[in-house]
Design a protein around this ligand. Structure first.
Ligand code: HAM
Length: 412
């Protein structure tokens, strides 16, 4: 019997794994530039947390949770997203009292039991940023511009930032009424939309199942404050030279959003076109029992980000600079010590097996893509030398161990 991965779970191998590291590295650099610090939150939380925050009527909570009881009967779940855990941590650790800004980022795996397809996995990595305690539209623009900057530095092309405003508790109820009466007049709503109609009518706009084309749906009339907020958000995106498109149908799949929402979309991933999404969630922390704390944030899907920079994966292939080769079996210790010496000098090196034939070791050296083979036989060892062969020009010369670092570094 051989063991297989579970459907929706997968191994991420080089060079794709290097692409993930690259995306994480660029993200960390940008987070530092914007004053965000890292937060690490548990992968397992009480199920209740997600009902309260992600939302009872969302697909995530209703259909996609990895929910389980532990040995003592607690009702737990693997996190499907990072925002609830960060909000809980903010409250539990009294982070509003630190006097510091509430900017936190996380790089963590999330779990959703969705139907797997290209770009959609049951375990996936999110890189997320939350700015808690920030109410101004400058913070919305800062957050979205930071996201755009990450993708710019990744060299991702053909992305589109879509934005919308969902209003606030004062302008939303009126819109809800209008939407319900409009949607009730539509024929052919799918069965889950019929259920959503009463509980969460906004979500009907986001239905992915073929139904009626909701073209003439009513648009939200923002209250004065929300309208000013939205205009300022757009102005600041322009000041940041970030292109954006208004999409009145953009409602997002989570319950906590108010006012600003945004999504970064790609044309290269088929149905799974969102590489990142986020928005403002001013009511969440208070609803969860914390201090009133407006907040804005987003998360990007690292798996999808890695896919859209697939053209660059070749750059991530790692090659050693030097490949050690022993001319005979007795030279193993000498070659091994040389390898450790070179590494201590920050020169990457590798070897196969010093007990193999010279020819076989040279074959591995050629395959490795290393610039040099460092070959040692009895003479070399006696004189504290090594024969350095450039595997591309085929030039070979004997060099003293003391000169090795200098010569190699000069050619890199
Ligand atoms: P979300 O839109 O559910 O938002 O997820 C953010 C991103 O995670 C998506 O745009 C997508 O790239 C990626 N993603 C989601 N599901 C999968 C999957 N099954 N496979 C691969 N990638 C996936 C949130 O999670 C919010 N917490 C974002 C946020 C933070 N809003 C405010 N703060």
């Amino acid at each position: 019997m051989t063991y297989q991965t579970i459907r929706g779970f997968r191994d991420i191998l080089p060079p794709q794994s290097d692409a993930f590291s690259f995306i994480e590295k660029i993200s960390r650099e940008i987070f530092t530039l914007y004053g965000y610090r890292e937060i690490r939150i548990p992968a397992v939380e009480y199920f209740e947390l997600f009902i309260k925050s992600t939302g009872e009527t969302t697909d995530i909570v209703q259909k996609e949770m990895y929910r389980f009881k532990d040995a003592s009967g607690r009702d737990l779940a693997l996190r499907p997203e990072g925002t609830p855990g960060v909000a809980r941590a903010y409250i539990n650790n009294n982070l509003s009292q630190t006097g510091l800004n509430g900017k936190y980022f996380y790089i963590a795996d999330m779990f959703r039991a969705e139907r797997p397809q290209a770009g959609r996995y049951r375990q996936f990595e999110q890189i997320g940023a939350e700015n808690i305690g920030a109410s101004s539209p400058y913070s919305d623009a800062e957050s979205a511009a930071m996201l755009a900057e990450i993708f710019k530095r990744l060299g991702a092309e053909n992305l589109r930032l879509e934005i919308n405003s969902l209003g606030c508790p004062s302008c939303r109820p009126k819109y809800r009424e209008k939407l319900i009466s409009y949607l009730s007049s539509q024929k052919d709503l799918c069965s889950s939309c019929l259920q959503r109609l009463e509980k969460n009518p906004l979500r009907v706009l986001d239905c992915k199942i073929d139904g009626p084309k909701l073209t003439d749906f009513p648009s939200i009339e923002l209250c004065g404050d929300c309208a000013v907020h939205h205009e300022k958000f757009k102005k600041c995106l322009s000041l940041s030279k970030v292109d954006f498109f208004e999409n009145p149908k953009l409602v997002r799949g989570l319950d906590y959003y108010q006012r600003t929402v945004f999504e970064l979309k790609t044309s290269s991933l088929g149905a799974q076109d969102a590489v990142a999404g986020g928005g403002r969630y001013d009511g969440l922390i208070k609803d969860m029992g914390g201090p009133a704390s407006p907040a804005v944030g987003w998360a990007l899907g690292a798996d999808r980000a890695a896919m859209i920079i697939e053209k660059r994966w070749g750059e991530f292939e790692k090659k050693s600079n030097v490949f050690l080769v022993s001319a005979d079996k007795e030279r193993g210790d000498y070659c091994f010590s040389l390898a450790q010496f070179l590494r201590s000098e920050n020169i990457s090196c590798d070897f196969s097996d010093f007990s193999l034939s010279f020819k076989s070791q040279m074959r591995s050296a050629d395959k490795s893509g290393a610039l040099f083979a460092a070959i040692a036989g009895e003479d070399e060892e006696k004189n504290g030398e090594v024969s350095l062969k450039n595997l591309f020009s085929k030039e070979q010369k004997k060099v003293k161990k003391e000169e090795l670092t200098e010569i190699i570094k000069r050619s890199l």
